[in-house]
Design a binder for this molecule. Structure first.
Ligand code: FES
Length: 107
């Protein structure tokens, strides 16, 4: 389990206790967080689960795969060095307290 805090572009903040193995995208969509769409269901094929990970925690995350990096080329909002796809980040105790900011738009 890990407490993950999602901060939407509006400033709305939601913290979820996410079960190990669930992706950050699944946690957001299952809890009604509007800033993540997850249109492809997590198969790294839509880029509508774009998020900005707290830069101080980037080292706690597994590196992005080639497929994720390719899909990050297609995000609707500005791509930044801390851009990731939420469907590719799975909850684990190492992510406890992680904060992710959500972009203004996903499409
Ligand atoms: S849900 Fe489609 S790329 Fe993440």
């Amino acid at each position: 389990m890990a407490n993950i805090t999602y901060i939407e572009s509006s400033g709305n903040s939601t913290t979820i206790n996410l079960t190990d193995g669930w992706s950050l995208m699944q946690g957001a969509t299952a809890n009604g967080i509007d800033g993540i769409l997850g249109e492809c269901g997590g198969s790294c094929a839509c880029a509508t689960c774009h998020c900005y990970v707290d830069e101080t925690r980037l080292a706690d995350l597994p590196a992005a795969s080639e497929g994720e990096l390719a899909m990050l080329e297609h995000v609707a909002s500005e791509r930044r060095p801390n851009s990731r796809l939420a469907c590719q980040i799975k909850a684990s105790p190492a992510l406890e307290g992680l904060i992710v900011h959500l972009p203004e738009t996903q499409e």
